[in-house]
Design a protein. Structure first.
Length: 587
């Protein structure tokens, strides 16, 4: 093996790792919706958790990525530690799919069908289809499909380059001596663990082992311990991801490590005993690509079969190894670990935004309640809710900006943009709730009151704002165009109400039935109520026809107004519902 072979090997390894990374990321984006749906159906069942871990890992081709997601879910409370145990076990089996695909390069035969199954035959076709999808399609899902094909073609090209570069090693005595050294099971397992820890992918390290096996210089006796060690090395990613997480998330990462260490220790011991007692002839035979894939799968299935009945013991073990500690003061829903899986990160943003929306709506409604009947407890609740929405806006906004910088699909990008728009409106709605509370406190502290007519008119305005807030909240939480379409007509009615209430109060002050100080508070109240309706209109505009208008809020609202028939009917209905009584009726 000369200098040029070494350079070819390095280049092939680089292409292999890059192709696997590109393919995995594109698969995550392409399968985002199904991934969320699959994870959303998790139950406490062992079988369901096992199959979920297997399915997700088979889709995204990375047990490390799947385990990091599990750590994030446990950290956010979406998944229990017991569920995490089963999902991690399934992930270890799911990661063996890659080795089977790579093993197709080693099949032999002269028939057309056999030749078509070889990656060297269909990889150029995938590469051609991939570049066509990626360069000539504007649809993000087709572009991601193209990246999946291109990533696979790249990793297979890297695999072939590595195999070609090391093919001459079969006749090199030093190479043979190296793998004779690895026939020591402990050293072989250590080598597999170190290699996988460095590149942080058991699938990639198995692929490298398969490339070396193509030389014919690696026996099964050397390959099997290396495969066992690879399972331990892949735990590094999850362990690093658990730094700074809560106790249960660190326990989930420890489950991954404990599962693989115990499984490797048990089956490596069995392997050593079988080799020492029975001396199976196949252990001295050269390992094939398909044989390594089979050994990888069998080992992971055996580990799961061993540990699945002991999942309760495994849970108790990690609880003892990772004792309870202080929980970090961060919003667990917005875990940075999810940023590596954008569809999951966006789902967590959506849940956080829904919690923020409900909190902001409650703050505004409690602020209106304080105008009718003030209490210190109510005041504390309003301010606490407003503080929570402030924190959510800061952290959620920053998180969404980070997420938007990742490669995400068009639909996910539009959803992220919508969330960025609406969280500002919800934060301002909570602020107006505090403003209403402060107006109630000013009335109480200064001993000010409104006339009976003023109080009745304010009740009408508060009722209208309560309804528009409920409609906007429903539109956002349920993504309901029907609820959103009712917001704009009611917002127009509230605008008219504000002007009518302002003029009526000016008339009362001129007649001397209301004080100037009360008039200042009245003006502040009307401003807060009217601006709350404006924010509700903005939220409804984000919901209405988001895809059709490309998040063009003004276009959405204009289209609602231009639908003259439905708009006029709704406007007239709200105008009649919130019509003010005549002054003489109130006096």
């Amino acid at each position: 093996m000369d200098l040029f072979d070494a350079l070819t090997l390095a280049g092939g390894l680089s292409l292999f790792l890059f192709g696997m990374s590109v393919m995995g990321q594109a698969l995550e984006r392409r399968a985002g919706g199904r991934l969320r749906s699959l994870l959303g159906r998790l139950t406490a069942s062992r079988t369901a958790g096992l199959l979920t871990g297997l399915g997700v890992t088979a889709v995204i081709q990375s047990s490390s990525a799947a385990t990091v997601m599990v750590v994030g879910f446990v950290n956010s409370g979406l998944m229990t530690l017991r569920q995490a145990v089963h999902v991690i076990m399934g992930a270890n089996i799911g990661t063996t799919v890659t080795a089977w695909v790579l093993s197709l390069a080693g099949i032999d035969g002269g028939s057309l069908l056999i030749q078509l199954l070889k990656p060297s035959s269909f990889t150029p076709i995938l590469a051609l289809a991939g570049i066509a999808f990626y360069m000539f399609s504007k649809n993000s899902r087709r572009r991601d499909t193209g990246l999946v094909f291109l990533g696979f073609a790249t990793l297979m090209s890297g695999m072939e380059a590595m195999s070609g570069a090391v093919s001459g090693l079969r006749d090199v005595p030093a190479f043979q001596s190296l793998f004779v050294l690895f026939t020591n099971p402990a050293l072989g397992a250590l080598a597999g663990a170190v290699l996988t820890a460095v590149i942080q992918s058991s699938s990639a390290s198995v692929g490298i082992l398969q490339a070396l096996a193509a030389t014919g210089g690696i026996s099964y006796g050397a390959a099997v311990p290396i495969i066992m060690g690879q399972n331990i090395g892949t735990c590094v990613t999850a362990m690093v991801s658990s730094v700074g997480a809560n106790t249960n998330a660190r326990r989930a990462a420890m489950v991954h490590l404990s599962f693989n260490v115990i499984g490797t220790a048990v089956w490596l011991t069995v392997f050593c005993l079988v080799r020492a007692v029975f001396h199976p002839a196949f252990l001295d035979a050269p390992a094939s690509l398909m044989g390594i894939a089979a050994a990888h799968s069998v080992f992971n299935v055996l580990c799961t079969a061993l540990m699945l009945p002991l999942s309760g013991f495994l849970e108790r073990l990690v609880i003892r190894l990772v004792p309870g500690g202080k929980q970090p003061d961060i919003p667990a829903e917005l875990d940075d670990r999810f940023l590596n899986t954008p569809p999951i990160a966006l789902e967590r943003c959506r849940r956080a935004a829904e919690d923020m929306a409900e909190t902001a709506a409650a703050a505004l409604k409690e602020g209106m309640s304080a105008l009718r009947e003030y209490s210190p407890e109510l005041a504390a609740s309003v301010r606490e809710r407003e503080g929570k929405t402030d924190r959510y806006e800061d952290i959620l906004g920053t998180y969404l900006v980070k997420l938007s910088s990742r490669q995400i699909g068009e639909a996910d990008s539009a959803e992220a943009a919508k969330l960025l728009k609406v969280i500002g409106d919800f934060e301002r709605i909570a602020d107006h709730g505090v403003n209403l509370l402060e107006s109630a406190e000013e009335l109480r502290d200064k001993g000010l009151t409104f006339t009976a007519a003023g109080a009745a008119e304010l009740a009408v305005a508060c009722s209208a704002v309560d309804e528009i807030l409920t409609l906007a909240l429903t539109a956002f939480l349920e993504n309901s165009a029907a609820a959103a379409s009712q917001v704009e007509p009611l917002e127009q009615v509230i605008d008219q109400l504000k002007e009518q209430l302002r003029m009526r109060h000016i008339l009362r002050m001129q007649q001397g039935t209301c004080s100037i100080d009360a008039g200042f508070v009245w003006s502040d109240l009307l401003t807060d109520l009217e601006r709350t309706a404006d924010h509700c209109s903005n939220i409804a505009g984000c919901v209405l026809d988001m895809g059709e208008y490309g998040m063009n809020l003004h276009e959405s609202l204009r289209s609602v107004r231009e639908d003259s028939g439905a708009f006029r009917r709704q406007f007239q209905s709200y105008a009649e519902k919130y019509a003010l009584r005549r002054q003489e009726e109130l006096s």
